[in-house]
Design a protein around this ligand. Structure first.
Ligand SMILES: Cc1ncc(COP(=O)(O)O)c(C=O)c1O
Length: 389
């Protein structure tokens, strides 16, 4: 059966699907979302899901507090897609080049949405001020703060730079919404106290920046923090108005290595079929290579290296120490973790397995839809996802 033939999922099970394909366990997505919501419930903050992992309106609707958002996106293609589907409160979460101002404005005009942008330097602020006057269009702006030297943003104690950017935006036609940071260094941590420490540094950095702007009379109503690890381990959100996280909805082996969730909570897996066997070394060959899994090997620097993925049976039960050890473009070789005394399962040609990915964002990006299941092996829906920029 061709993938396009799956107009309705009625009566389909895993053996009716073409492999490799992407499975999404809806009940696990829902419980991952519920777990983060429960952790944040005692704090007076809004959860702004980052939709860069899911890139699907069906998944977004499970994670957002309302059909109109709020949400964050990582590409303007996502912004356009989600705005077209009724999400009107968006932040584009990547620093912007002036060439993209007009695209943002076009999305706002076409769909009646707000797509706030991030800036972190005077050149951007200057270009924005000039453009907004010429275009007669006001964009909402966050100043990005660098809380941990990860990649971008103004240093939180760089008062001169913050004031200069803040003043330039507020003298323009644009609207300064506040400050925003992303604790990207938290991904390299793995115990609760150090993660709580990273979350506290993230909070302090962005609150300091907001107070710097307020001290010179500028508005900073929104104070936004976020990464999946810090969102899960934060113990104090004083002064913060919203928390952003994205990969938490699905989880992956890397996030399990950080300690955010257990491997059995991971909602996304690749369905693969056995296509061969090899002796010495003992391997089961499946039709999921790096094109289906991605080349991501991010667990190799963690305490437990999961190779290209951890293999599960069709009910999602983990086959301990059974890993996708090697990949070619379309071949994957399943073997036993080095040093383990377990043996390979008896899997005949044509039998199927599920493989949990290292990095959900990268693996999902290899596929154009989710085959959605709940606890069992029945496909309950096919949800399209977008890609590209
Ligand atoms: C600006 C920004 N906010 C939030 C996030 C959410 O991060 P995570 O993938 O840890 O959920 C990211 C991730 O890249 C990001 O770049």
């Amino acid at each position: 059966m061709l993938r396009d033939d799956i107009a309705t999922s009625d009566g389909l099970t895993f053996y009716d699907l073409e492999t490799p394909c992407l499975l999404l366990d809806r009940s696990k997505v829902q419980s991952n979302i519920a777990r983060l919501r429960a952790h944040l419930a005692p704090f007076d903050v809004v959860l702004r899901p980052h939709l860069k992992t899911a890139k699907s309106i069906d998944v977004a609707r499970l994670a957002m507090t309302s059909p109109s958002g709020p949400a964050m996106v990582s590409t303007l293609k996502e912004a356009d897609y989600f705005a077209r589907n009724g999400v009107t409160d968006l932040i584009y979460g990547v620093g912007i080049s002036p060439a993209k101002f007009e695209t943002v404005a076009a999305i706002e005009r076409t769909h009646g949405a707000k797509v706030a942008i991030l800036i972190d330097c005077l050149a951007q602020a200057h270009a924005l001020a000039e453009w907004s006057q010429q275009a007669n269009h006001s964009l909402d702006v966050f100043i990005e703060i660098d809380c941990d030297g990860h990649r971008s943003g103004v240093a939180p104690d760089n008062r001169v730079m913050l004031e200069a950017i803040g003043q330039m935006v507020s003298r323009s036609a644009c609207n300064l919404r506040g400050v925003l940071t992303h604790a990207g260094e938290s991904y390299s941590l793995h115990d609760a106290d150090t993660l709580a420490g990273a979350a506290e540094r993230e909070r302090c950095a962005v609150v300091l920046a907001a107070n710097t702007l307020r001290a010179i009379g500028l508005q900073s109503p929104h104070v936004s923090i976020g990464s999946t690890p810090t969102a899960h381990f934060t113990r104090n959100l004083d002064g913060v108005t919203e928390v952003r996280a994205g990969v938490f909805m699905f989880g992956d082996l890397f996030q399990a290595g950080v300690g955010v969730l257990q491997p059995q909570d991971i909602a996304v897996s690749v369905l693969a079929t056995v296509i061969g066997h090899r002796q010495s070394p003992d391997r089961i060959i499946v039709d999921a290579g790096w094109m289906a899994m991605s080349r991501d090997r991010s667990t190799q620097n963690q305490a437990i290296d999961q190779a290209y993925g951890l293999v599960c049976d069709l009910d999602g039960a983990i086959l301990h120490d059974v890993l996708l050890l090697e990949t070619n473009q379309e071949h994957g070789s399943i073997g036993i973790r080095q040093g383990s005394h377990r043996t390979l399962p008896d899997l005949a040609i044509g039998q199927r397995v599920r493989i949990l990915p290292n990095h959900a964002c990268a693996t999902c990006a290899q596929h154009d839809s989710y085959q959605v299941c709940d606890a069992g092996q029945a496909i309950i829906a096919t949800w399209p996802r977008i890609s590209g920029w």
